[in-house]
Design a protein around this ligand. Structure first.
Ligand SMILES: [Zn+2]
Length: 170
């Protein structure tokens, strides 16, 4: 059978003509469900297109961040030589730094990473812990261990050096 010219009433199930405005049996209006109407799908398409274009607008937030691999010695030297240049280079930068775990804050709010043990000042980067996963990694480490920190520079001070927010530590 091809396309039937009849259908069943959605309310009482009586076979009625598709073109009938209402069911002769129960009087229910014979309306197509909304998803069978062409303008419903047009609306869905428009909403989908708006959703796609608006999510494309802030793609910078969703794109994976690229961490620049650098070392603390280079960063410290730049800060010492010219704090203004260091600020230009490293402000809000996403960095991957490998160094020596120099200290762990007793509250677990930050660690310091240096390029040689017992370094301080510019040679030490204060890295702030952001979640429990990072804390769990830090708990497995001891001062003097090598650590790699991926994160974003949050502050550059002429006196205190660099601070960064940890995104990942291993
Ligand atoms: Zn009916």
């Amino acid at each position: 059978m091809g396309k039937s010219k009849t259908m069943n009433c959605r309310v009482c199930g009586t076979e009625i003509a598709k073109s009938a405005k209402s069911c002769p049996q129960c009087g229910a209006k014979n309306k197509k469900p909304i998803y069978k109407k062409w303008y419903f799908w047009l609306l869905v398409l428009i909403i989908a297109m708006i959703a796609i274009s608006s999510s494309g607008g802030d793609s910078a937030d969703t794109e994976p961040v690229e961490y620049v691999v650098t070392d603390i010695k280079t960063m410290a030297d730049e800060l010492e030589n010219n704090a203004l240049n260091a600020e230009d280079t490293y402000s809000d930068a996403y960095l991957e730094i490998t160094g020596v775990l120099n200290s762990v804050d007793s509250d677990g709010s930050y660690i310091t990473v240096t390029h040689y043990q017992d370094a301080y000042g510019f040679d030490s980067i204060q890295c702030f812990v952001k979640d429990d996963t990072q804390l769990d990694v830090i708990k497995t480490k001891s001062v003097g261990d090598t650590v790699t920190v991926k994160g974003q520079i949050s502050n550059i001070g002429e006196l205190l050096g660099y601070t960064m927010d940890i995104h990942e530590i291993f």
